[in-house]
Design a protein around this ligand. Structure first.
Ligand code: ZN
Length: 281
């Protein structure tokens, strides 16, 4: 959106949540290995009347008290040229990178951590970098030589970027990081993938990272596996249980790859889960 327009934001109890669109990430049905699944996805996409597949990449800004907290950081300059707009979005939200106090990572894939680095430096000079312990363990401490090439290539880059945050890296479990804010483990996409659960005044928001990749495929047909998930079986179990939980508890979801504006309610309709607008201010 144009810089002179007001950023869309949502008051979630006492917390202001602002979606930051990093840009569109090209995708393809070729990322669906099973031919039957691919054909099914093709039908779902055709219903929608669009051809090329692309996924938005969102990070989210939480403002409460003196905290300016990011959930993920976009792709920075490490990914596609279409990405890396997060710094402009932050500026539109009147927050400078040095004012960001904490960054909560859903997981360590490039479209989520790439924005942590600017040139050869940490893009956020004062922020704590908060990573779920099993995710940190996997990317930073494990021998990953048995992994598929795509994941293995990621490892060196992840280690270089995270190292820029030195002693500001915090490895956490499921304890509260701030009042009402904690990690909800949701493995499968990566081993330590988490959703960030944000509760304020009795309302729940879930920043669910990559639980859903392409909403018009995975909401009606969550069983369709894409090669993005390192463990597709676990990822499916996670997808189903998280979808049930957000529907049953009237949770607002903030999805890294959900369509504009990035935050939605989820309901169960005749053809599986569907998105409904969340209340923006
Ligand atoms: Zn992603």
């Amino acid at each position: 959106m144009a810089g002179n327009e007001r950023m869309p934001s949502l008051m979630h109890g006492k917390i202001e949540v602002i979606p930051l669109l990093d840009g569109p990430l090209p995708s393809s049905l070729n990322k669906i290995p099973d031919p039957a699944h691919r054909a099914e996805a093709e039908r779902l996409i055709a219903k929608d009347g669009t051809g090329a597949l692309s996924m938005p990449v969102y990070a989210f800004l939480l403002k409460f008290g003196d905290k300016r907290v990011l959930i993920d950081s976009g792709s920075g300059r490490l990914g596609y040229d279409s990405l890396g707009r997060l710094p402009e979005r932050l500026e539109e939200a009147n927050v400078s990178p040095d004012e960001v106090t904490d960054i909560l990572m859903t997981h360590l894939h490039r479209d989520h951590y790439g924005g942590l680095v600017r040139g050869n430096d940490a893009a956020f000079s004062r922020a704590n970098l908060i990573i779920h312990e099993p995710e940190a363990q996997f990317w930073l401490n494990t021998d990953t030589s048995a992994l598929p090439e795509r994941a293995r290539n990621n490892v060196e880059e992840v280690r270089r970027v995270v190292a820029l945050y030195g002693d500001r890296v915090r490895r956490v479990g499921t304890e509260e990081i701030f009042p009402g804010i904690r990690a909800r483990p949701s493995p499968g996409h990566t081993p330590g993938h988490v959703c960030w659960e944000v509760t304020s005044e009795g309302k729940i928001l879930l920043a669910w990272g990559d639980v859903i990749h392409i909403s018009k495929i995975h909401l009606p047909a969550p069983h369709i596996a894409m090669e993005y998930d390192l463990n597709p079986v676990t990822a499916l179990q996670t997808r189903l249980s998280i979808l049930d939980w957000v529907v049953d508890n009237n949770v607002t979801v903030a999805g890294a790859h959900l369509p504009e504006p990035g935050m939605w309610k989820v309901i169960k309709g005749e053809n599986g889960c569907e998105l409904r607008p969340a209340a923006f201010t």
